[in-house]
Design a protein. Structure first.
Length: 331
């Protein structure tokens, strides 16, 4: 019995060998996958972070990277929440520094997710104001981009960033390069108040030009316009704030000559090594210079737009009334 089975197996082998010699091998399927290879490592894109066995500084950096690169809105939101908790802790855990955090996260001001933008603002509020002030010019660049975004919701959240920045570094906002005129240009784009409209309104009386504000056609148009006027009022209030005179110091002259400056770029207003600036990118470090350029370029447009908003009444009219009081400070 065993010998017969053995003969059958030998015949089968001989038949297969003959078949390979005479014919061609069977064609492989279109979806054939070769699984004969051997690998010692398998690489998987990281989508979640485990806190076990990970250094605190390394975990902070991983979440910072995840907040930027993650495709999921929830992952970016959770990563920002983790960073906020670390910065708000006692003592705070920020191994990369405020400068690196701002450089990485500022593009999220125009993120498409509302929850991500809300978490981002909470993180900004947790940063020490003294460490935010040297980076105001960079923050303003992204805030102005958000203020002129096509999405009404993103514009409103960018106004929240601008409001926070005015609270923690108001003087730096209005005095840094481009901080005064470029920001006024962004507000005018949002509200539809520009010099040409202002001159037309002043010569022809009140019209409906204020309706050209971005997002005015939506149901939340008046609410958005009210918010824009309120933040503009805060911005002008900081720019027109009376400057306080410092008490007499007999050593001030020698300190001015020999003491090391306490600011990161004390001679920025001279623009010794930078590219030539135009009028909008110029620095206006004191109240008189800001008043002068405001009266020459924007006073008529903003005053005309404000008068039109007051005649609309409601929340927009009340916001315009507050703006009127601030404009009186600039006289």
């Amino acid at each position: 019995m065993g010998s017969s089975n053995k003969k059958k197996k030998e015949k089968k082998k001989d038949f297969q060998k003959a078949k390979l010699k005479v014919g061609k091998a069977k064609a492989k399927a279109a979806n054939f996958t070769d699984t004969s290879f051997k690998s010692k490592f398998i690489t998987v894109n990281q989508q979640a972070i485990s806190a076990e066995g990970v250094d605190a500084a390394e975990q902070f950096k991983q979440n910072l990277s995840l907040a930027i690169t993650a495709k999921s809105d929830n992952q970016r939101r959770d990563a920002l929440a983790f960073l906020t908790n670390q910065i708000s802790a006692t003592p705070p855990n920020n191994p990369v520094g405020t400068s690196a955090i701002l450089t990485k996260l500022l593009p999220l001001i125009s993120d498409t997710s509302a929850t991500v933008r809300t978490r981002l603002l909470a993180l900004f509020r947790a940063l020490p104001p003294s460490e935010v002030q040297p980076h105001v010019e960079k923050i303003l660049m992204y805030a102005r981009a958000g203020m002129t975004h096509m999405s009404n919701i993103i514009r409103t959240d960018a106004l929240n960033v601008m409001e926070w920045l005015l609270e923690v570094a108001g003087d730096e906002v209005v005095s840094c390069p481009g901080g005064w005129l470029k920001t006024l240009n962004s507000f005018s784009s949002m509200l539809g108040w520009n010099p040409s409209v202002g001159s037309a309104l002043s010569s022809q009386g009140w019209t409906s030009a204020s309706k050209t504000t971005l997002g005015a056609g939506s149901k939340k148009g008046p609410e958005a316009q009210c918010r824009q006027i309120q933040v503009l009022t805060q911005f002008l209030a900081v720019g027109f704030k009376p400057e306080t005179s410092e008490p007499y110091n007999p050593r001030a002259y020698w300190d001015n000559i020999y003491r090391l400056p306490g600011t990161p770029n004390p001679f920025a207003h001279l623009n010794l090594f930078g590219t030539p600036r135009d009028e909008d990118s110029e620095m206006y470090p004191d109240r008189p210079s800001r008043q002068r350029v405001f009266d020459a370029k924007w006073k008529g447009a903003i005053a005309a737009g404000m008068d039109g908003a007051r005649k609309e009444g409601g929340t927009v009219g009340r916001a315009a009334a507050g703006l009127s009081k601030v404009l009186d400070l600039g006289k």
